[in-house]
Structures are given as C-alpha cells and as structure tokens.
Ligand binder design. Structure first.
Ligand SMILES: Cc1cc2nc3c(=O)[nH]c(=O)nc-3n(C[C@H](O)[C@H](O)[C@H](O)COP(=O)(O)OP(=O)(O)OC[C@H]3O[C@@H](n4cnc5c(N)ncnc54)[C@H](O)[C@@H]3O)c2cc1C
Length: 341
C-alpha cells in the first residue's frame, strides 16, 4: 500500500483513524445500520480524538491539517463503514463551501447540515427566500441546507422539511426527501471560483470513502479465499479466484493513488477539478467492481447479511450518485482536457 511521503503527523493521524475504525466502528456495523445513527458516545470519542476537525482551520477550532490528512482519515473510516464515516460528521460536506466563504461558524456546535447539488436548478429563489424539492438527502434531519449551484451557493436554516425514506445502503447516515418552503437565505456565496473549489473538494471527500470500500472489499475477499476450501484446496489457490483478487487489489490501489494525488493538489491550494473528477470517477468504478467481485468470491455467502460483501454492494452505488454521477465526472474530465489542449 502507498505510504511514501507521509509525514510523521500524517502517519499518526492515519493510525488513530484506522484503530478507531476497526475497534469502534467495525464491530457495531449492523447495530448502527439498524438504528440509522451513530451511538452518541462514539461521536464524542471521535471528536475527542481530534478526527472530526482534522482539516478545519485552526481559527475555527480545527487542526488545520488540510485535505490530504482528511482523505487519510476518511479512507480508514470507510474501510470499516462508509455510512458511519458520513454520519460522524454532522455538518459533513457543507464545510467545504463554508470554508471557502470563511463562514464555517454558521454550522458550528454540531449543527447538522447537508449539501444539495443544484446544478439541475430544482430550487426557486424569490428575493431572500428559496423553495423547492430535492429527491433524497443522506440524513434523516438537518438544521441547515447548503444549496450548491454551478456558480453560487446558498445556505438556508429554516423552512426545511424532511421525510425519512428507506435507502438500500449507507443507512447509518439516514436518508430523507427534502422540501424547502420559503426558506430564508442565511448566507449567499456568489464567488464562482470558491464554489468550484468546494465542489472539487467534495468530490475528493466522496472518492476517499469509495477507496475505503474498494480496499475493504479486497481485504475481506482475500481473507475469505484463504479460509474457504473447494475441490480440495483453498479457493485462493484456484487461478480464477487469483485473477479476481489481482484485479481487486490493483483497482483499490490505483483509486487510492488518484485520490491522494487530488488531495495533495487541493492541499496545495489548487482548484484541481480535473484530478478530483478522475479520482471520483475511478474510485466509484473500483468500489463497485470490487464489491461485486467480493460477492462472487463469497459464493452464496456473498448474499448473506452475516458477511460484509452484500453491504459493500449496497453502499458503493449510492456514493456513485452523490456529488455528480460518473457521467458528469467524465464530462468534467473531458472539458478540462479540451481546455488544456
Ligand atoms: C440515499 C440517497 C441520499 C442522497 N443524498 C444526497 C445529498 O445529500 N446531496 C445530494 O446532492 N444528492 C444526494 N443524493 C442524490 C440526489 O438525491 C439525486 O438522486 C441526484 O441528484 C440525481 O437526481 P435524480 O435521482 O433525479 O436523477 P436524474 O437527474 O434523473 O439522473 C438520472 C440519470 O441521468 C443522467 N443525467 C442527468 N443529467 C445528465 C446530464 N446533464 N448529462 C449526462 N447525464 C445526465 C444521470 O447521470 C443519471 O444516470 C442522494 C441519493 C440517495 C439515493
């Protein structure tokens, strides 16, 4: 696994996140899934360990360690539970546009916030108020909604109605339909450059979760393949299974490198939407394909909730939809390439 270039501090953060994920999240996966929430004690622990505020500016009470460290944390959390990685951060993806605007305080004190991608212009603005419906958000209840358009962003914190719905994956984050009825605009971010930078940052965030899923599916399937015997030997000794394992490991590692590269560019202050688009696009495909291969390697058990692959299979496609489907990522990539040619 790529570890070259990690500073002492980055390695330490990565280890803390890995330990928290494997010891505290992993064993509670199904309980969290059933209750659609993280146990409050774990939320507290996550915050005490400093994992919640890794990339927030020091001026906002964070550690100011930047996008690269954040990606290291997200990947480790998602190896255990990608839904929990979302649920552990109530203001989640909204922090990126707000950081760009220097307005992070608006979602301080654990306020729950979601970002809705409004490039399709589903919301209507009339003066200082916004109305409209959005199919699904990844939360049961929110205190504020950040509407991310193609050139501007709006934050609203009243007039919000949510109706919980049942998703087929990432249950712990929650899921609901969203309606805004004459919601008052609490903040306008009219800086198109800032919106684009935030959008790329969101894509890197989601891509890091997908790398965690791709890695987890590969590790889980590899272990199973050495334990399960068929036709007189562990299935890992059958060439057909080895081919699948080789592809899974390569996909996870390639996705990881693309995400780390995009995060490094973001940490250096670049807009990096080409790199973010490539990272999200490739990581999505890697996570989905690894989830399916993990199911195949598990045979019938791959379909059982007693084993993890069915879970990866449910989580990965949802992360595909979030923050621009893969079709959109490909358009972003092509646009940037054509601009440069
Ligand atoms: C559980 C859950 C939670 C979610 N949480 C959030 C959230 O918190 N924030 C958020 O922003 N979104 C979230 N989403 C996604 C969001 O709810 C919508 O599903 C998403 O915006 C897509 O809209 P749609 O479902 O109407 O699909 P459509 O817009 O109808 O898209 C259908 C298909 O058409 C393609 N398509 C559409 N337009 C274009 C185009 N211009 N060019 C090429 N292809 C195109 C799409 O790629 C897709 O394949 C969530 C989805 C789910 C299921």
């Amino acid at each position: 696994m790529f570890a070259i270039g990690l500073s002492e501090e980055e390695r330490l953060i990565q280890q803390i996140a890995r330990r928290f994920a494997s010891e505290r999240l992993g064993p509670r996966l199904r309980e969290h899934e059933r209750s659609r929430a993280i146990f409050p004690a774990l939320l507290q622990e996550f915050s005490t360990l400093g994992l919640a505020s890794v990339d927030r500016p020091v001026a906002d009470g964070g550690q100011g360690l930047g996008a690269f460290c954040k990606v290291l944390v997200l990947e480790e959390l998602a190896v255990a539970d990608a839904g929990a990685a979302l649920a552990l951060d109530p203001s989640g993806l909204a922090v990126y546009p707000l950081m760009e605007a220097g307005a992070l305080a608006l979602v301080g004190d654990g306020r729950r916030c979601c970002v809705v991608d409004d490039t399709a212009e589903r919301f209507r603005v009339a003066g200082e108020r916004v109305s409209g419906d959005f199919p699904w958000i990844a939360a049961d209840e929110v205190d504020a909604v950040l509407i991310l358009g193609s050139r501007r962003a709006l934050l609203v914190d009243d007039g919000i109605e949510t109706t919980p719905v049942r998703p087929c994956g990432l249950e712990v984050a929650g899921a609901s339909e969203l309606r805004l009825r004459d919601a008052a605009i609490a903040l306008r971010i009219e800086d198109a450059g800032g919106v684009a930078r935030a959008r790329a940052r969101i894509r890197v965030h989601v891509a890091a979760l997908l790398v965690g899923v791709a890695r987890a599916a590969c590790a889980y399937a590899t272990r199973y393949a050495t334990e399960r015997s068929a036709f007189g030997k562990p299935i890992a000794h059958h060439q057909a299974v080895q081919l699948m394992l080789a592809k899974m490991a390569t996909r996870a590692e390639a996705a990881r490198l693309l995400v780390l590269q995009a995060a490094e560019r973001k940490a250096a202050g670049d807009r990096a939407d080409l790199e973010a688009g490539m990272a999200k696009y490739f990581a999505t495909e890697a996570a989905q394909e690894n989830a399916l291969d993990a199911m195949r390697i598990h045979g019938g058990y791959g379909y059982s909730p007693e084993f993890r692959p069915e879970r990866y299979y449910r989580d990965a496609p949802l992360l595909l939809i979030g923050e621009g489907s893969n079709e959109i990522q490909q358009l972003v990539i092509a646009r940037r390439l054509l601009e440069r040619s």
